[in-house]
Design a protein around this ligand. Structure first.
Ligand code: F3S
Length: 377
């Protein structure tokens, strides 16, 4: 509660409000180290218990299958200690950035306290729930108290759009929506005002396209909320703001090109699932891989509940028979693989950003199907 009061004081919150659920980030031992683990153990030993539904972001390793990803045994053991500390506090060890796909699904208008920038953007914008971008400690504090200070995106006045974005480009799949996130994100960054964008001109957007857009917009623009006319629920409450920018096809193409730093022959690592794959994406992937053999390291990152459905459908078996590897509970960003590969091929703009900045990989930013073809080449 002291953490939350301090936060509320900084942001001039007038009161605390109850939250319905929490998503906690900062789970990878790669980020936490011993100091972070000690903090978690102190909280657990002090009797800390989650008072509301609390789920966990990806860890640094597939906790049930660390060898498959070539992660050091010592790291896997320490990662296990982190997850155990959270579990002792009653936090569900879901280890996924898409909690809304399997049970932590807030409803419209509900106050929540989520960390994980892509999930925050999805919860605020696509679901219409209300959360700020929490950090690991403030999300844990919200889980243990069931409260958060009422400021930022919990308040009506801060959810109003202030920048209209007219999209005059046709968008197809996760890569184009990721590219749109880059273009709008850079506009937000460049404005220096952190406007809430109101996007018009997008005719349809699948769940998968929106999760890709959310991850990209949060990464390149630090955005936690957008409205999309005809697609997201709160857009109906507002008219487009007067200040308008236009996004044309060339902007999308330029954004895609900006993440293609690697030549095709340099790619030695392929990954799909940033944010974690939905079951529909795994079904599509199965169709593309069935009866074929991949030639490169190919990580399929998803949550354990979605992997469970894939197992029951026979999808996992077909994917593994093709030589791809499930990286359940983790992803190519939070896993300790810095410097292990030369170039990553992916359909995720967010994964490209961190591949370059954190892991020192070159990148190829391709459509979902092209990524699979890259693995087969
Ligand atoms: Fe999720 Fe990892 Fe991407 S946490 S959003 S798969 S960077």
């Amino acid at each position: 509660m002291e953490i939350l009061v301090a936060l509320g004081t900084i942001y001039e919150a007038e009161r605390m409000i109850p939250v319905a659920s929490v998503q906690i980030a900062g789970v990878s031992y790669d980020n936490l180290g011993e100091a972070g683990l000690e903090f978690l153990n102190d909280m657990a030993e002090g009797g800390g218990k989650a008072r509301v539904l609390a789920t966990l972001n990806p860890a640094g390793v597939d906790v049930e299958n660390p060898e498959a990803l070539g992660i050091d045994e010592g790291f896997a053991r320490n990662q296990g200690r982190v997850i155990e500390a959270f579990a002792r506090m009653g936090v569900l060890p879901t280890c996924s950035c898409t909690p809304y796909l399997f049970g932590n699904l807030p409803h419209y208008g509900e106050h929540i306290a989520w960390a994980e920038s892509s999930a925050v953007c999805y919860a605020n914008s696509v679901l219409g729930a209300r959360t700020n971008r929490e950090g690991g400690p403030s999300a844990l504090a919200a889980a243990l108290t069931g409260r958060t200070p009422a400021y930022g995106y919990h308040l009506d006045e801060n959810r109003r759009p202030s920048l209209a974005v007219q999209v005059e480009a046709s968008l197809c799949g996760t890569v184009d929506f990721g590219a749109l996130g880059i273009v709008i994100g850079k506009e937000i960054e460049g404005s220096g005002k952190k406007p809430v964008p109101y996007v018009t001109g997008v005719r349809e957007a699948s769940l998968e396209a929106l999760k890709s857009f959310c991850a990209s917009l949060a990464t390149y623009g630090g955005a936690a909320l957008f409205h999309m006319q005809g697609i997201t629920p709160e857009a109906a409450l507002f008219a487009p703001p007067a200040e308008t920018v236009t996004v044309i096809q060339a902007d999308i193409e330029e954004a895609v090109a900006s993440l293609n730093s690697a030549r095709p022959e340099e790619v030695d690592f392929v990954s799909l699932g940033c944010p974690h794959l939905s079951i529909a994406e795994i079904a599509r992937l199965t169709g593309l891989l069935r009866g074929r053999q991949v030639k490169k390291t190919f990580w399929i990152t998803t949550s354990r509940p979605v992997k469970g459905i894939a197992d029951r459908m026979g999808y996992s078996q077909a994917i593994e028979a093709a030589g791809a590897v499930f990286a359940t509970d983790t992803c190519c960003v939070v896993s300790p693989i810095r410097g292990r590969y030369q170039a990553l091929a992916t359909d995720s703009a967010k994964a490209c950003y961190y591949a370059a900045s954190k892991n020192r990989f070159k990148t190829r930013f391709l459509s979902f199907d092209e990524v699979v073809q890259e693995a087969l080449r």
